[in-house]
Write a protein that binds this ligand. Structure first.
Ligand code: FPP
Length: 237
């Protein structure tokens, strides 16, 4: 895969927030906001493809989202399955490779089946990698990473002295991806909400008051434009 042009982020992560408020403002059920939010994903994938961004990670369902009312959780799972079923041919056409991170076995069986089918059928694409964070929580990811590291240690495959940042990163769900360069959060909230806590250490943040269902290609371009003006120092001068 050719490298992205300089100063275009290689990896963009997005906290898609504000679906509920978008629906409420229109007197609609919350799920309508999620449905409109699923449509906004399409524009975003297209924009990333045009910019030659290599990885796009979307926070689609957090480990904490299971606490929402049963009806909303059910509707979100159905929406996810429908989205995957309907959009996989389009992902193919756009040369997008789909992947997922999180405790995927928590998802309903039919959703898991569709997810694996979509991942499998796009596995040979070499354009944008679209990563869906599903039943994802960063603290759980770190705990899972520690367990994985301990298994290697107890199996005698590694020595304690070998444990460093690089090695630990290889035990996270995100081991195949570079850390995000740019994090976008919609709806004006200034929180990380348990998203990629390890990986976002040096990521540039961009928060927009726009609600996710209103997020368009131009909004992604504006975020990237602002990113290009930033000076990244990684703790140096
Ligand atoms: C946050 O809005 C959004 C979510 C919890 C789910 C995100 C899901 C989608 C964008 C649609 C499905 C996505 C895919 C990839 C098919 P919120 O409900 O917390 O909004 P609020 O803070 O205004 O209540």
């Amino acid at each position: 895969m050719p490298a992205a042009p300089p100063s275009i982020p290689r990896h963009i992560a997005i906290i898609m927030d504000g679906n509920g408020r978008w629906a409420k403002a229109r007197g609609l059920a919350r799920i309508k906001g999620h449905e409109e939010g699923a449509n906004a994903v399409r524009a975003c994938v297209e924009a990333c493809g045009e910019l030659k961004v290599e990885f796009l990670t979307l926070y689609a369902f957090s480990a904490e989202n299971w606490r929402r009312p049963k009806g909303e959780v059910f509707a979100l799972m159905r929406l996810l399955e429908k989205f995957l079923k309907e959009k996989t041919p389009e992902l193919q056409e756009k040369n997008v490779r789909l992947q997922a991170i999180g405790r995927l076995t928590d998802l309903p069986a039919s959703c898991q089946r569709q997810l694996h089918e979509s991942i499998e059928s796009t596995a040979r694409n070499d354009g944008l990698t679209l990563v869906l964070a599903l039943s994802y929580g960063a603290r759980l990811e770190i705990i899972d990473g520690i367990h994985s590291l301990l298994r290697e240690l107890e199996g005698g495959h590694i020595d304690k002295a070998m444990i460093d940042v690089k090695m630990f990163s290889k035990h996270l769900y995100t081991r195949y991806y570079p850390d995000p360069d740019l994090l976008i959060r919609t709806s004006g909230e200034m929180r990380l909400s348990n998203f990629l806590l390890w990986q976002l250490s040096y990521t540039e943040m961009y928060v927009t008051p726009k609600l996710w269902p209103d997020f368009r290609k131009e909004d992604l371009f504006a975020a990237v434009e602002e990113f290009r003006q930033r000076q990244r120092r990684y703790g140096g001068v």
